[in-house]
Design a protein around this ligand. Structure first.
Ligand code: UT7
Length: 339
């Protein structure tokens, strides 16, 4: 911002970015050895070629700590007094996983809590962590999106087992002004609980606690009506992005890059086409990671960083998932130094 420019309103800005994925890679052919599926089906219907899968015993906090440490390092290890973890696969049902992450990162004394908005978790987390910072409740926040989806996906269900992977991504959020590099907002967030059964885990909560029957019926695993979620996801992300751009007084041509939740390459293509955004402005890495739920957007942001996006570029993030929940937000690309 130059001399004479109006000083923007106080807002939250991204100051660091880090990611972590497990070393183990599982290809489509690997899955086809035990499932009635094929590399050709998975590639053509989803665009997924491989996914990273956590070794037994590795939990969400393990990936979250690695991504969080990398994000803190990229921001020159500032003091952080809030840790927000977006996840639908916490280490345990209770307590929240964020305090474990904070303690292991040496940030134990600040607030730490989880946000569960499934695949929209990172966008919701930006609103929550950004709100803590811009309102002055926290000085600086670490937002981590992390999921070990392979723990809640039924390995015997070809409708879901081929879609998901494990990973984590994190950003450091500090205070700045609207228009600054890294500035977050405005947002469009929404949900529809009437359609919650389209994508859910039937048992293990207070409605239907886990017992021998729920395990025998495999009701502790994720169930999805893929076709309907697909339809809802495309329509939901397009409407959310259009509403956000209209509210911000912007056109799709004002957007430099679209970072949409990475669930399926066909969904990404449909959303980009309907929004009228040129293909080279869309980020797609679902081929390498599959759907990593709350980690999907920060993993895509890291890819964009590696491609050398210019600071100040206008990035449109959009996500859709279980709840149903959706959210979109504009971000000015932060100056993160060389990738
Ligand atoms: O992040 C939000 C959460 N998730 C999503 O956004 C995912 C949304 N949904 C999707 O990505 C897609 O709907 C899927 C990839 C899940 C499925 O693609 P589709 O084009 O909608 O396929 P379909 O459900 O129409 O299934 C076509 C056929 C079916 O066989 P029949 O009934 O036509 O004989 C399925 O049984 O493909 C069959 N099928 C498979 N075949 C081989 C389903 N899964 C597989 C598989 N391998 N893994």
């Amino acid at each position: 911002m130059g001399a004479g420019d109006p000083v923007g309103r106080m807002t939250a800005v991204i100051q660091g970015l880090g990611t972590s994925v497990p070393a183990q890679v599982v290809t489509n052919d690997d899955l086809a050895r035990t499932l009635d599926t094929s590399d050709a089906w998975i590639r053509s219907r989803t665009g997924i070629v491989q996914r990273h899968v956590a070794e037994p015993g590795v939990a969400t906090s393990d990936l979250a700590v690695e991504a969080g440490a990398a994000a803190l390092k990229s921001a020159d290890n500032p003091e952080v007094d809030a840790v927000v973890l977006a996840t639908m696969t916490p280490d345990r049902p209770c307590p929240a996983t964020a305090p474990t992450v904070a303690t292991r990162l040496g940030l134990a004394s600040g607030m730490a809590f989880d946000v569960n908005a499934a695949c929209s978790g990172f966008v919701y987390g930006l609103a929550v962590a950004g709100g803590l910072v811009s309102s002055g409740v926290a000085e600086r926040a670490l937002l981590v999106g992390a999921d070990v989806m392979t723990r809640v996906v039924d390995p015997a269900d070809r409708n879901t087992a081929v879609l998901f992977g494990d990973g984590a991504g994190a950003v450091v959020i500090g205070r700045g002004n609207e228009g600054d590099d890294g500035a977050i907002g405005p947002f469009d967030l929404g949900g529809n609980g009437e359609l919650g059964d389209l994508l859910h885990i039937p048992a293990g909560g207070s409605r239907r606690p886990a017992d021998e029957d729920t395990v025998a019926e495999r009701d502790h695993f994720l169930r999805m009506d893929g076709k309907e979620v697909y339809r809802q996801a495309v329509a939901g992300m397009v409407v959310s992005c259009a509403r956000l751009l209209a509210a911000a007084g912007l056109d799709i041509d004002d957007v430099d890059h679209l970072v949409a939740h990475q669930a399926n390459a066909r969904i990404l293509a449909a959303v980009g086409d309907r929004l009228g955004l040129a293909e080279q402005r869309r980020v797609c890495n679902v081929d390498r990671y599959g759907n990593t739920t709350a980690a999907s957007i920060p993993l895509a942001l890291a890819d964009l960083h590696r491609q050398g996006v210019r600071p100040g570029a206008r990035i449109l993030l959009t996500a859709f998932g279980a709840g149903l929940s959706w959210g979109s937000v504009l971000v000015r690309w932060p100056d993160l130094g060389r990738p």
